[in-house]
Design a protein around this ligand. Structure first.
Ligand code: ADP
Length: 506
């Protein structure tokens, strides 16, 4: 990570920084109900990606701070009422929902400040997760925690069997920086509603989306001390310690596949349950009867809106050779027309990359694509009018070899690769030629043919003809090295529950 740790004394109150909208978040941890600085008082800097300026600091939590948080979560789970009182949980989460509504504009400014996400597209970063809190509060209230499965015969006689759905215990949530507030909610609120206690470890680049959630929980809800803890830190060692600690029963993680592997290895000795939402390299199979002028501008927009920093984005466009040049022209025009710039400008669609390191990674991958024989159609560098901040030009690469690095590695930038194909079978084979299996897209006028192709993609999710697979009531997750487990839907709630089968007299 790029920030330098800084040591300061007492945490200060959150501050606004001028008219640009930049807003610093709370620089405190939440441990055992107390908002506090890190042990030793260390802080680390938070940078606004839109102008590369340091805009404030966050508490640089230590492994000792984390261990206190885990201890508090363990005690709250083992000795408190949280895991057994559904009505109280629902009450607390509705309080949280209402508090988030009150803090909505503050949270929006914090997300734009630390992510650099354009303010025009913050609905999915702010409104959606706030609505999600209410969804899980209601879902968990209505969930059947005891299910009678009837009388069963066994050698030693008959038994009635009842399934008891019970919280897993202490859940460690490790979240990334691309949609930090959304994932802080998505990875903790269903866990809490299911009766678990939580330690949240936000990403280094976006600590305030986590620390603000901690402040709101502490100041504006009845959630008991220890049930929800937040430990921001500039050290990967803190996430690693959370993954390994024997007092933690489960890890829910979103981030890169490389980090996911490290977490799985650290969690293995204590056989933790995990949800892993990892990288993606999704393909968009455009069939030869597709309406290109409708389908492709949308693909270009999706690639740019979050600066390509979205794991579900379909970054590999597969075009039928018969319509290849027509498709490239449409994509080129759409990418070149994307408004890139200051995320505070409401007409901007694409903001900066999150950090200089991320931008360098993106530019390096583009260069590798060209070196491997791809043709740079548009973009490929830093916009000339945006020398300050971490901006990248929307980039289109054509004639991309499906085995080349740029077709195989997750880019996380505003970059689309295009590869031609001759037959539907070849398109499916190219789409499936990946270690990843998160999502995919199919477009074509013949809906049955498009649906049949969707069924052949080895991924956890597919969008057909622009009808999104993504939503709170539908399971979401990856196959292959894109992950384990599901978020959202009934499946997403059950991930945070263990099933106990009780045999008892009929
Ligand atoms: P990126 O590399 O894009 O920053 P990561 O997947 O590494 O994304 O980071 C996602 C989250 O994982 C962050 O909260 C980060 O602090 C955390 N993390 C990084 N390394 C480890 C690790 N070894 N163990 C546990 N968590 C980690």
């Amino acid at each position: 990570m790029t920030q330098k740790p800084t040591a300061t004394q007492q945490p200060a109150a959150p501050q606004t920084a001028g008219a640009t909208g930049i807003l610093a978040g709370d620089p405190r941890l939440l441990i055992d109900g107390e908002l506090t600085g890190a042990t030793g008082g260390a802080r680390f800097e938070v940078i606004h990606p839109g102008n590369a300026q340091v805009v404030g600091t966050a508490a640089d939590g230590t492994v000792a701070d984390l261990e206190r948080a885990i201890g508090a979560a363990r005690t709250a789970f083992d000795t408190g009422d949280w895991s057994g009182d559904v009505a109280f949980r629902q009450h607390c989460l509705m309080q949280l929902h209402d508090a988030l509504e009150r803090n909505k504009e503050r949270l929006r400014r914090i997300v734009v400040t630390e992510v650099g996400c354009p303010i025009s597209v913050t609905g999915s970063q702010i409104e959606d997760p706030i609505a999600e809190v209410k969804h899980w509060a209601d879902y968990g209230r209505d969930f059947d925690y005891l299910v009678d499965t009837g009388v069963h015969r066994a050698v030693i006689g008959t038994a009635r069997r009842t399934l008891s759905f019970e919280p897993v215990g202490v859940v460690g949530a490790i979240t990334p920086w691309n949609v930090p507030f959304y994932l802080n909610i998505a990875q903790t609120v269903p866990a809490l509603m299911a009766g678990n206690t939580v330690v949240l470890k936000p990403a280094q680049l976006t600590p305030w989306s986590g620390s603000e959630l901690g402040r709101i929980v502490a100041e504006e809800t009845d959630i008991p001390a220890g049930v929800f803890n937040v430990v921001t830190s500039n050290a990967n060692a803190v996430g690693a310690a959370l993954s390994a600690d024997p007092r933690v029963d489960m890890i829910t993680f979103t981030g890169s596949t490389a980090t996911g592997r490290a977490i799985l290895a650290a969690a293995a000795p204590t056989v933790k349950k995990t949800i892993m939402e990892l990288g993606g390299k999704s393909a968009h199979v455009v069939l030869d009867d597709a309406k290109l002028e409708r389908v492709l501008p949308m693909s270009a927009m999706v690639a740019c809106v979050m600066s390509g920093q979205a794991c579900i984005m379909a970054s590999r466009i597969l075009l039928p050779r018969s319509r290849y040049h027509e498709g490239i022209e449409i994509l080129q025009a759409a990418m070149a027309a994307t408004s890139v710039g200051d995320p505070w400008n409401p007409s901007v669609l694409q903001g900066p990359q999150i950090s200089e390191a991320q931008r360098e990674k993106v530019l390096g991958l583009i260069a590798s694509g060209v070196a491997d024989g791809a043709r740079l159609v548009t973009g490929g560098g830093i916009p000339a009018n945006l020398p300050v901040g971490y901006y990248t030009e929307p980039t289109l690469l054509a004639e991309v070899d499906p085995n080349s690095r740029i077709a195989q590695e997750e880019i996380f930038g505003p970059v689309l690769t295009v590869t031609p194909y001759d037959t539907d079978d070849e398109a499916v084979a190219i789409a499936n030629n990946s270690i990843y299996g998160l999502s995919g897209e199919v477009s074509g006028a013949d809906a049955d043919r498009a649906f049949a192709i969707a069924r052949r993609l080895r991924t956890g999710n597919v969008t057909v003809n622009g009808r999104s697979h993504f939503g709170l009531t539908s399971p979401f997750g990856g196959t292959k090295q894109s992950g384990l487990g599901r978020r959202n839907g009934d499946e997403g709630f059950r991930e945070y529950l263990e099933i106990k089968t009780i045999g008892h007299p009929a």
